[in-house]
Ligand binder design. Structure first.
Ligand SMILES: [Zn+2]
Length: 507
């Protein structure tokens, strides 16, 4: 009985809080003047469970925050601005012979009763069939105003900009996706035009507020804010570091949270129905150990993780096994690994060389294959245990390492191009190679144009090829890059685990 009373009381408090009620003393009638809406924003979420050695993120913590916001104000909506299905170690695992490909993420968001999602570029990492299934499985609204199938037909269970009625206030919400990346099964129309059209439609439907969910570069978000000023708030994704742009009262705020729910943005909107004006305030909330994990969501996420573990165990890994204890912070953040060498990239490329003892003279990988976007041992503990699973998260695409024979001229061409690719995934990381007075050295000696060197390299670079480096692919190299016959081709994850063991022995 007591609990019923408490909940009744709580309900009354909630309704009082969510809408300021003014009592008209002459008629005795009440009339709502302002309506409050809360939006919780995430973007770029690849991992369901906590990251940074468990200290940050995790959808179970986000759910606790979401529940408390809903308690404060039932007019609370959750928004995810793209990049959800891929990449992740769990997503690459097979269950019943089928790759999960983001099924785990959609399932957990469904359990959280998520509200809105728009499509990010990483949604296209997975095959079309899986992409379509993920959209169909979603119980949240997949809003897109510029993504359709190869013949321009909307994908099932996607919808264009929507109007949500919140106590008589019409909140319009649209979704757009960047169009400047490679994908092969969808039509993506120019985002700016699509947003303009969506805004027009929302205005025709008398929208009071217009929210844009976007997945594109900050530059493009700024252009959108400038060119379509009718938008009240841009909830963006794609950049992985939190960002808030509030140039002045007249201009549209643009916000992005940190990837992997290391933070969330909370937006408090107050709409005055009489004056038709909107006031808003945005706050970034760190998702850290101070927020308790929601039990149900944590259990669900762990169950998916367990399924992935089973798969990797069958593939010869022991995900839970502690490989070593590290005594430094290892930097695998995207901003670093795409522009400079770090202690983590050095450890990995040295591991490439060690995988082919007495053979490989250098190890080369593309920075973009490191998708961790995080630090290992962020608190710089003197004995931070690192499990196989954590090492596997460094490069969720997996892949392998090949031993090749490379002629000096093409090796230097690749190194020069790799250095030019600063900021991109095709920025090259290496060990065994250095540069002195503008000259490339291998094991300290100048590289000769016509000599063939044995190099351990990401198989991806010589089989598929990366941006600006396609000339390294066997068939394109005019015989200057050759596979060393009979050499093993170890999995990247195995090489990385050995590299950690070697770098932090005796632990
Ligand atoms: Zn993205």
């Amino acid at each position: 009985m007591k609990s019923l009373l408490t909940s009744l009381l709580a309900l009354m408090l909630i309704s009082l809080h969510s809408c300021n009620v003014e009592v008209d003393t002459t008629s005795g009638e009440t009339k709502a003047q302002t309506v409050e809406i809360t939006l919780l924003q995430l973007n770029d979420v690849y991992e369901m469970t906590a990251v940074s050695s468990g200290t940050r993120g995790g959808l179970a913590r986000v759910q606790t925050l979401l529940k408390s916001l809903k308690e404060e104000n039932p007019n609370t909506f959750s928004v995810l601005a793209g990049d959800l299905y891929s990449p992740s170690v769990i997503g690459n695992a097979e269950v019943n012979g089928k790759r999960l490909a983001g099924q785990q993420m959609v399932n957990v968001l469904n359990a959280m009763q998520w509200d809105f999602f728009t499509i990010g570029n990483h949604e296209f990492d997975i095959p079309e069939e899986d992409f379509r299934e993920r959209l169909k499985e979603s119980e949240f609204k997949n809003i897109t105003d510029n993504v359709s199938d190869s013949v321009g037909k909307p994908f099932d269970n996607t919808m264009p900009a929507q109007i949500i009625d919140v106590e008589g206030v019409k909140m319009g919400i649209l979704g757009i996706t960047m169009d400047n990346f490679n994908q092969d099964f969808a039509t993506i129309t120019p985002p700016l035009e699509a947003a303009r059209k969506a805004v027009k439609q929302l205005q025709e439907q008398k929208a009071d507020i217009i929210i844009a969910m976007t997945h594109q570069s900050l530059e493009d978000d700024i252009a959108l804010a400038r060119q379509v000023p009718e938008i009240n708030l841009i909830l963006g994704g794609h950049e992985h570091d939190n960002f808030k742009l509030l140039r002045n009262d007249e201009q549209t705020p643009i916000t992005k949270a940190d990837a992997n729910s290391k933070s969330a943005f909370v937006h408090y909107l107050t709409f005055n129905k009489d004056s038709g004006t909107l006031s808003q305030r945005s706050e970034i909330i760190l998702i850290d150990e101070t927020i308790e994990k929601d039990i149900e969501i944590e259990r669900l996420a762990k169950a998916w993780e367990g399924k992935a573990y089973e798969y990797y165990t069958a593939a010869g890994y022991e995900p839970d096994q502690v490989v070593c204890k590290v005594n430094v912070t290892l930097d695998g953040t995207e901003a670093s690994v795409r522009s400079q060498s770090t202690n983590l990239t050095d450890l990995l490329t040295q591991g490439f060389i060690d995988a082919f003892p007495d053979q490989a003279k250098a190890g080369i990988m593309n920075g973009g294959s490191i998708r961790l976007d995080d630090k290992i041992n962020p608190k710089n503990l003197s004995d931070c245990p690192v499990t196989q699973y954590e090492i596997m998260k460094i490069s969720p695409f997996g892949g392998s390492v090949s031993l090749v024979e490379m002629r000096g001229d093409i090796l230097m061409e690749a190194l020069n191009q790799g250095a030019k690719n600063t900021g991109k995934g095709s920025f090259l990381q290496y060990s065994g190679i250095s540069q002195k007075d503008g000259q490339w050295l291998l094991q300290g000696a100048p590289i000769d144009n016509n000599t063939r060197y044995k190099i351990a390299i990401s198989s991806y670079l010589v089989e598929k090829g990366d941006q600006g480096l396609k000339f390294l692919v066997y068939e394109n190299s005019r015989g200057r890059v050759k596979k060393v016959e009979g050499a093993p081709k170890p999995e990247f994850n195995k090489v990385a685990i050995s590299a950690f063991e070697r770098a932090f022995p005796g632990s």
